[in-house]
Design a protein around this ligand. Sequence first.
Ligand code: SF4
Length: 475
Amino acid sequence: MKVTTDRFRQTALEELANARTQKFLQILPLRLSARRQEAYGSFSDPEAAHRLGQAIRGEALARLPELLETFERNALANGAKIFWAADSQAANRYIADLARSKGARYVTKGKSMITEELGLNDHLAQCGISAWETDLGEFIAQLLEKPPFHIVGPAINIPVEQIRDIFLEKGVLDQPTLDPVTLGRAARRFLRDKFRDLQMGITGVNIAVAETGTVINVENEGNIRFNKSAPKTLVCVMSLEKVVPTLADALHQLRVLCRSATGQAAGAYISLDSGPKKADETDGPEELHIVILDNGRSAIYQNRHTREALRCIRCGACLNACPVYGKVGGYPYGWAYSGPMGQVLTPALRGLAETGDLIRACTLCHRCKTICPAGIDHPGLLLHYRNKDVQADPLLQGRGADPRERLAHRLFALAGSRYTYWRIFSKVLSRAARLFGKGAMLRGLGPLGRGWFLSRDLPAPAKKSFHERWRQRKD
Ligand code: SF4
């Protein structure tokens, strides 16, 4: 997957001019938010359920090292194999070597953000192994070589004509049709064929349970269940923060996850796997490999601010609440994670050097924080990142302040330091505003701060200051 986080601004402008994107964004986030709201109503005490979900994430993070050790111990006892991957290269190498050792020419995949983060499909392709996405939306996005538009609807914005054309081009469809059901059936036939004689399947992990060594996946299409039961070898890739203490915690997290993601009380298929197929079982893989991915998370965990980003359960509710996502959609975020979820995860995982626009594309309205079932303080984290960016923090690859901005702040501080300076400053500003202002709004100060004024509304200063008017009134 091509990473384009540093093109946030350009892609956002393209998407703002894209009528189709705008049409979808008027419907999708609102509809999903309404469904979430309704589904939360099915809890006897929605507020308490929300708080319990947040507390589970808080405890899971506080005990993360211990929980990971317990999970590993129990998963090994269940017969699973554990691979700790320090970074994406290590994870990709392990999975590709495993596929080769099993003689797999191709693998199938369940929808997973983590394998997008790894760039696994590209790596496998370089090793001569095809990777087939089996979630319908991901399959369409894969054929079109597009990133996901929305975490629960990766290709929801793609016109049916485009799907017909790509299906015909890739041999998924024999006869042209625009009937969505026929298109869906064609994809199903095509992918079902891949499950026959499948050597290796790959999925992500929604939740890992420490006390039982179980990995849990939730979905609506049944393709993850196929990926888990059809092949002889199953690889489940999880980021290390996915572990929770108990099965009871996992079940509650599932309740809030499903409600927050798709507005369902529960997904259509929930799979709990504790080890590979047992002697008395008919279905399931003979080998279960669990890849636990770090990829910078240990460093994130060391910092009490960035650690908060690891609470995320990837429900996507914040995307639907975000006014910025609601205008630009998923493409500008340029990587596996979009919306506020991406704005807190991507800078921590990839550094600030390529995410400077991402952390600033936020109005700090707090809507994401209010609905987040994991209890993430997105605005607080974004302010932390902005601060680290202007301070050129080496750990997060901050870039340092723009010298013009630094000078402007110094001048402003100087102006505010003495009353005389302030009077001179406000007089100059008021004159400049009369010269360059348009009506009641300031739209720039000549050659200064054009970009700043492009995205901000600043009322033009009054002709006379309060002090001047006060003096006149007394006279
Ligand atoms: S940040 Fe919160 S609301 Fe957004 S996807 Fe993660 S858990 Fe869901």
